[in-house]
Ligand binder design. Structure first.
Ligand SMILES: [Cu+2]
Length: 276
C-alpha cells in the first residue's frame, strides 16, 4: 500500500552539507542561559550545532510552555524552519523521533507527521517516516502501518580503509538508515553521491584537507552531486545517515571523503524502481 505513495516526483533533499558549530566559548555561554527566561536563547539552543541534546529538549519544553504548544510540535516547527540548513538539523530530527511517543498522544501531531511522511518531495519526509516508524503499529495511521526504516549496517575494516559492505540495493524512495560503526583507529565519514560523481567529490574533498575551513566542514564538499552526509565518526563510535533512496533509479555511490580515503573506501548503492 505504502509503496504506491512513492510517486515518481523529484525528491527535494535538504542541502547536504554540515554547518560547523559555534566556537566552544560561545556554546558554553549559550548553554548557560535559562531557556525558560530567555526566548531568544531558547530558539538558538534549538538551531545551533554543538548544543547538548538535553539542553535542546529543555529549550523545546520552555518554548512549548510559553507558546501554548507541545515540545514535539516546537521541535518539528524548528526542524521545518531549518529546512536542513541549520547546524542542528540532525539533532532536531533525532529529537522529533525520540519524542514520537509524546506525539502519539496528540492526533493532530500524528496527522501532521503522516502528511509529511507521505509527501515525497518534502525535506521533512525522512524525519516524519522515522518518527512514525518509532511508534507501536497500533498507534500509527492505518496507511502507514507497514512503514519501515531499513537499516544498512556498515563497519570500517580496521587498517584497510574500507567499508565491510561494498554494495547495497534499495527501492526508489525507500527510507534508509546507514548505520556505521567505526571499528577502525582513524576517523571516517560517509557521503552518498550522484551516479558517476565520486571522483569529482573525492578530489574536492582531498583539497579540503589542506585548509582549516575544509577540516571544519568535515571534508564535505559543497557540491550538488553530494546527496546525503554523515559527518566524521570517531574511532570506536558510530553514526547514522538517514535518507530516502533517490527517486531516480541508478547506481549511486557511498564514499568516505576523509582526505585520501575515497579511492579505497567506497561502495555502490543500486537504486531500483519502486514496485507499484
Ligand atoms: Cu575513511
Amino acid at each position: 500500500m505504502f509503496i504506491a505513495l512513492f510517486a515518481a516526483t523529484l525528491l527535494v533533499a535538504p542541502p547536504a552539507r554540515l554547518v560547523p558549530p559555534l566556537p566552544p566559548a560561545d556554546i558554553q555561554a549559550l548553554v548557560a542561559m535559562d531557556p525558560s527566561k530567555d526566548p531568544a536563547a531558547a530558539k538558538r539552543m534549538l538551531s545551533e550545532a554543538g548544543v547538548p541534546m538535553d539542553q535542546r529538549r529543555k529549550a523545546a519544553e520552555a518554548m512549548a510552555m510559553t507558546g501554548g504548544s507541545t515540545p514535539v510540535v516546537v521541535v518539528l516547527d524548528a526542524a521545518i524552519q531549518c529546512g536542513g540548513t541549520c547546524g542542528a538539523t540532525h539533532d532536531l530530527a533525532d529529537l522529533v523521533v525520540s519524542m514520537a511517543a509524546d506525539a502519539a498522544k496528540d492526533p493532530a501531531t500524528i496527522e501532521r507527521l503522516a502528511k509529511l511522511a507521505e509527501a515525497t518531495d518534502d525535506p521533512m519526509r525522512v524525519t516524519a517516516c522515522r518518527a512514525i516508524a518509532a511508534l507501536p503499529a497500533d498507534q500509527r495511521p492505518a496507511a502507514l502501518k507497514d512503514l519501515k526504516v531499513r537499516v544498512i549496517a556498515l563497519k570500517a575494516v580496521p587498517g584497510a580503509m574500507q567499508y565491510d559492505v561494498k554494495e547495497v540495493k534499495a527501492k526508489a524512495g525507500e527510507i534508509l538508515d546507514f548505520s556505521f560503526e567505526n571499528t577502525d583507529t582513524i576517523q571516517h565519514n560517509l557521503l552518498v553521491v550522484a551516479p558517476g560523481k565520486m571522483s569529482e567529490v573525492g578530489v574536492a574533498a582531498d583539497k579540503m584537507g589542506e585548509t582549516a575551513e575544509g577540516k571544519a566542514a568535515e571534508f564535505v564538499p559543497d557540491l550538488p552531486s553530494v546527496i546525503a552526509v554523515m559527518g566524521l565518526v570517531d574511532p570506536q563510535k558510530s553514526g547514522h545517515l538517514y535518507m530516502a533512496a533517490p527517486q531516480k533509479p541508478g547506481t549511486y555511490q557511498y564514499v568516505c571523503t576523509y582526505p585520501g580515503h575515497w579511492r579505497m573506501m567506497n561502495g555502490k548503492l543500486k537504486v531500483e524502481k519502486a514496485e507499484k
